[in-house]
Design a protein around this ligand. Structure first.
Ligand code: FAD
Length: 317
């Protein structure tokens, strides 16, 4: 079932989770162990992130180095299919522009369609680790907007091969990313908002946000979206802080602010156990307030912390 149908048919706030594919070499049981305890909350869908290949230099026997492309976390499509089969719950693979030609994207979409997966979160992806700025594949999509248009073409039975006439139509429900604190490359929120609106006009059916720790930023974002004529559901992305290092890592990687009240409390904590308690309480309060506000779904980035998420959702739902 499509994410948008889950939302439209719901009479209360739903819950959903997000997992990362395990590191290469680990098995699917890593995902099941992670999700098993969370399934009692009957998530409407589970997102699976996508991680592009990284360039690495491997030392050879003769002392020279060989450049290799390594995917540390492969398996997004397979994990989605396994989740749907194992739990009978909808899975949402993240689909990115980075590293894919349009033909490879089309083939991936055909695979997803054959597997009965009818949801995708359409993203650009970040720059590769060895690049300062995002560079698309020479024959790929540059922006999430372009990728969205490609998915929509396939939804209309239009394939890259022009000689395919009356091609089978896919039926993907497309979500897109939104940034309450603005995407870090956008010169200002207004410009970011204009591109967001283009993605909505191109057929995106809901927005899923970057994490944030101050609900006011989300409320302001929703207000600005509505003022700009963006009417589709906006799902808040939520993550707990569980160690002190995240106070610097999260702003650096995700370009988000951590409110002073939260950062001061964490800095005073004696150990990670205390930090986890503070982070859990903060996320619980955030979730309760967002639910009260009437968000369609509370979407949790579980990222290795299912117990923390379990404690939060138990208290909130
Ligand atoms: P875009 O919408 O393409 O925007 C990128 C930048 O370009 C923005 O600054 C925007 O303002 C600007 N822009 C947009 N359209 C245009 C245009 N037509 N012309 C000029 N400028 C334009 N990354 C992964 O690699 N894997 C994941 O699984 C993943 N999951 C994510 C899940 C969520 C909920 C979120 C919020 C992010 C996720 N990301 C993931 C990170 C995401 O890929 C990055 O934030 C990326 O830098 C931007 O992606 P986007 O889809 O917002 O890009």
């Amino acid at each position: 079932m499509k994410v948008i149908d889950h939302i439209n048919q719901a009479s209360k706030t739903l819950v959903s989770f997000e997992v990362l594919p395990p590191l290469k070499g680990k098995s699917m049981s890593a995902i099941y162990d992670h999700l098993d305890p969370l399934m009692e909350f009957k998530p409407s869908f589970i997102n699976v992130t996508y991680h592009r290949a990284e360039t690495m230099f491997k030392k050879k026997a003769d002392g020279t180095f060989e450049k290799v492309e390594v995917r540390k976390r492969p398996g997004t499509v397979g994990i989605c299919a396994a989740i749907m089969n194992h739990y009978q719950v909808d899975a949402v693979p993240h689909l990115i522009c980075g590293g894919f030609s349009k033909r490879e994207t089309e083939d991936a979409l055909i695979d997803l369609n054959f597997l009965g997966i009818d949801n995708v979160l359409v993203l650009r992806g970040d720059a590769a680790k060895n690049e300062a700025f995002f560079e698309p594949h020479p024959e790929g999509n540059r922006y999430a907007l372009d990728l969205l248009r490609q998915v929509n073409s396939l939804n209309h039975g239009i394939y890259l091969e022009e000689d395919i006439k009356n091609g089978g139509k896919t039926n993907f429900c497309c979500g897109i990313a939104g940034y309450p604190e603005k995407h870090f490359e956008a010169p200002n929120l207004e410009t970011d908002m204009a591109y967001l609106k283009q993605k909505v006009e191109a057929g995106a059916e809901y927005i899923m946000t970057q994490m944030f720790f101050n609900n006011q930023k989300f409320f302001d974002f929703v207000k600005i979206c509505r003022e700009n004529g963006i009417e589709i559901p906006i799902i808040p992305g939520l993550k707990p802080i569980t160690n002190k290092k995240q106070l610097t890592v999260l702003p650096k990687i995700f370009h988000v602010d951590i409110p002073t009240d939260l950062s001061s409390a964490i800095m005073k904590a004696k150990n990670d156990e205390e930090v986890e308690k503070i982070g859990t309480e903060w996320l619980t309060q955030q979730s309760k307030e967002l639910k009260e506000f009437g968000v369609p779904v509370l979407h949790y980035y579980t990222l290795g912390k299912p117990k923390v998420i379990w404690n939060v959702v138990k208290e909130v739902m």
